[in-house]
Design a binder for this molecule. Structure first.
Ligand SMILES: [Ca+2]
Length: 326
């Protein structure tokens, strides 16, 4: 259906019932089949109101929208080291376009900046089809250990621009160094904390050797930086060097394992190796590769390699430790 656009001088009293637009010589009527008036002209220079009618002289006059949307409750949160989540804002108008941008926390972008994405680390826009909470999808591309704020602007369908709504600062997690890899080709024993036994670096065989002081002791890595909730594959190459098949082991071979925890020293355990590295009952056992997938809890992970022994003095060696995202 074609629309009729009527321009009326500001000096004319606006109709209240919509059906009695008092056209004067200064009014112009335009028909447009696309719904968008082209090349509107007026009879005299000056400010005009525009009305849209369904048919000449009989349609309902529609007052123009001159009210800007109001934004409230802006949100945003870090998602790991490089992401943002829980992005969104609430608006009181259900039309137009929502613009958003994630900026370093010290930035104070203008509404125009946000709409254009100027200076934003990540930005975008989306249509608004209803009032209330507007959900913005999770984003990536942020820098680790950095504070950010999410900023929002809503232009309604009549190009009225809202206030700028800005979230609280959120800080991305520290970057993890992947893979965390130690193959003991040099003495890195300073990166490990010993239990009650003795820890010695063997440069000839490129391994870290541990002589037990008591059962289930070993050594623990320093904190390995990880991302909360992310899965990691932990791979250990280890070997029993001296075993006696003590009473604690029904298969007559001293055995060892690794465990992963959120604190040092084998506490708050997240998981442990399914397989064990085994002695042969007398001398050195085979070099075994143990692998386990661990879901990080918090931003630090500690790996403890330890062995059971009936008596003190048993010894094992670790050849390599590797941590990488699963
Ligand atoms: Ca409006």
């Amino acid at each position: 259906m074609p629309k009729y656009f009527i321009t009326i001088p500001n000096s004319v009293t606006l109709p209240t019932d919509g059906n009695k637009v008092a056209l004067t010589s200064a009014c112009e009527l335009h028909r447009d089949d696309s719904g968008v008036p082209n090349a509107l002209t007026v009879a005299a220079a000056g400010a005009y109101n525009m009305f849209v009618a369904d048919a000449p002289g009989t349609g309902t006059a529609t007052a123009p929208d001159v009210t800007a949307p109001i934004l409230s409750a802006p949100t945003g949160a870090a998602n790991g080291a490089t992401g943002a989540t829980t992005l969104g804002v609430t608006t009181d108008e259900g039309n137009g376009t929502l613009y958003w941008g994630i900026y370093p926390s010290a930035s104070t972008p203008s509404a125009a900046d946000i709409v254009a994405g100027t200076g934003a680390t990540v930005s975008g826009s989306q249509a608004v089809s209803g009032t209330g909470a507007q959900v913005v999808a999770d984003q990536t591309g942020l820098t680790a250990s950095t504070g950010y704020k999410a900023h929002y602007v809503h232009d309604d369908a009549a190009a009225n621009r809202s206030n700028v709504a800005t979230s609280a600062t959120f800080t991305t997690e520290a970057a993890a160094a992947y893979p965390w890899d130690d193959d003991f080709t040099s003495d890195t024993s300073a990166n490990y904390t010993s239990g009650d036994g003795t820890m010695v670096y063997n440069g000839t065989d490129d391994q870290l050797e541990y002589t037990l002081g008591s059962a289930w002791t070993g050594f623990t890595t320093t904190a390995i930086t990880v991302e909360d909730g992310v899965s990691y594959t932990v791979t250990i190459e280890a070997q029993m060097l001296l075993g006696d098949g003590g009473a604690e082991n029904p298969v007559s071979s001293v055995m060892g394992e690794f465990i992963v925890g959120t604190t040092a020293g084998g506490s708050n355990i997240l998981g442990s190796s399914t397989d064990r590295f085994l002695g042969d009952g007398a001398g050195a056992g085979a070099v075994m590769t143990l692998t386990q997938t661990i879901v990080a809890s918090g931003t630090a992970m500690y790996i403890t390699i330890r062995s059971r022994a009936g008596t003190a003095g048993k010894k094992f060696a670790v050849h390599s430790i590797l941590v990488e995202p699963a």
